[in-house]
Design a protein around this ligand. Sequence first.
Ligand SMILES: Nc1nc2c(ncn2[C@@H]2O[C@H](COP(=O)(O)OP(=O)(O)OP(=O)(O)O)[C@@H](O)[C@H]2O)c(=O)[nH]1
Ligand SMILES: [Mg+2]
Length: 431
Amino acid sequence: MFLDQVKVSVKAGKGGDGMVAFRREKYIPDGGPAGGDGGLGGDVVFVVDEGLRTLMDFRYNRHFRAEHGENGMSKGMHGRGAKTLFVKVPPGTIVKEADNGRMIADLVEHGQEAVVARGGRGGRGNIRFASPRNPAPEIAENGEPGDELDVELELKVLADVGLVGFPSVGKSTLLSVVSQARPKIGAYHFTTLVPNLGMVQTEDGHSFVLADMPGLIEGASQGVGLGIEFLRHIERTRVLLHVIDMSGVEGRDPVEDYYTINKELEEYDLKLRERPQIVVANKMDMPESEENLKKFKKEMADAGEEFELFEISALSQKGLNQLMNRTAAILETAPQFPLYEEETEKEERVLYKFTPENKEYMITREPDGTWVVSGDKVVKLYQMTNFQFDESIMRFSRQLRGMGIDQELRDKGAKGGDTVRIDDFEFDFVE
Ligand SMILES: Nc1nc2c(ncn2[C@@H]2O[C@H](COP(=O)(O)OP(=O)(O)OP(=O)(O)O)[C@@H](O)[C@H]2O)c(=O)[nH]1
Ligand SMILES: [Mg+2]
C-alpha cells in the first residue's frame, strides 16, 4: 500500500525541575541557596531525508517523545539538557496540526528541519530566587512542560515515472506487477479515474515512484475524456512509459495509437515531447501481437521515429525486469525538476516554527459552584510550581494575583471558602 497520509503524536520533553538546596545545613539560614536549574527538555524536530520516499516508516511508529531535561542539583549544578529527537521524513512532507489543519511546515529539501514540538525550559533553582530581603528562599520552579500535539503528515508525492497510453492498454496491470500498489484493473475503458502511485524496487537496487494515469484519448488535451486534470500529474514526471496494446484486440492500430497519444501530450505541453519516453509494447502474450509489433517497428523506422522499445506482457509478467532496470537508469540522468514547480509561486513556502497559543486565562463555573480557571498560561504556572515548599506556593498565588485572577474571581462573585480549581489542583478562595 502506498501510505501518503498519517497521523502521529509528538511530545517534547519537559524541562528539568529546579532544586531547592542550601550550601550547608538546611536549617542554618545563612548557608545560602545552592539549588541549580533544571535542564531544557528535548525538542522534537522533523528533518528531511532524501533517502526516504514514502511515509511507510510511520506505519508502526506513530509516537515520538523527546526526553526530559535533567533536574537541577545541589551545589548550584544545573541539570543537563535533553537531546533533540530527530524524526526523518521524506521530501515533500507537509506537517499540519491535526486539530485545526494549521500548517506547521512544508518540508521539501534534504536536510531541511522544522521544530514541531518545543521542549520545556528548565525550572529555576532556588539560587535564582535569592534577594537581599529573602537570602535563603525555599522557592524553585518545576520544569516547563514540553509541547504536545498530534500532527498530520501528508506526502505530496511527485512520481518519477508516468504511465501513459490509451484506456485498457494495461497501465494499471503493469503498475500492479512491478509495485505493491493494487490499482483497479478492468476490461473496460477508464477503469482508472485518478493517478495511482507505487514504489518500484528494481533488482539492481534502485527505486522510483511510478504513477499509473487514467487513459488518454484523442482530444484529451482539449478536455475530452478525463482530460487535463491528470495531464498535470504527467507534467511532473521525469520519464514517460508509453504503453501500447500490441494485440490490437480492441480494433485499434498500435501505430495510430502511438501518434495520437504523442500528439495529445504535445498539444498539452510541448515540453512533454522532450521528456524521455520508453515505448512499452504490452500484451505480447496475445497471438496477434508478434505480427503487429513487426509492422509497428517497421513503420516507425520508416517514419524516422526514434525511441527505445521494450516488449512485455504485464499479464504473464514477462520482460518486466529489463524494462524497470532501464527506466531506473534513464532516471539517473533525466533532468531534475525543482520540486513543486507550480506551487512555489502560489504558496509561500515558509518554515513555520511551532508556537503554542498563549491564551490568557478564562474563568468558568461548574454546576456544583466550583470556579475553574483555565488557559495554557495558568496551567503552566501551576505545573511549574513546586508544592513541597510554602514559599513556592506563595509565589504561585502572587503570580495569580498579578495576572488579575483574584480580582476577576471577586468581580464574578466568588466568596471566601469557595472552591477554585486549576488543572487538577483545588484550593479555597481567600478574600
Ligand atoms: N492478454 C493480456 N491482457 C492484459 C495485459 N495487461 C493488461 N491486460 C488486460 O487489459 C485490460 C485492461 O487493463 P488495465 O490494466 O485496467 O488497463 P489500463 O491501461 O489501466 O486502463 P484504464 O485504467 O481504463 O486506462 C484488463 O482486462 C487486463 O487484464 C497483458 O499483458 N496481456
Ligand atoms: Mg488503469
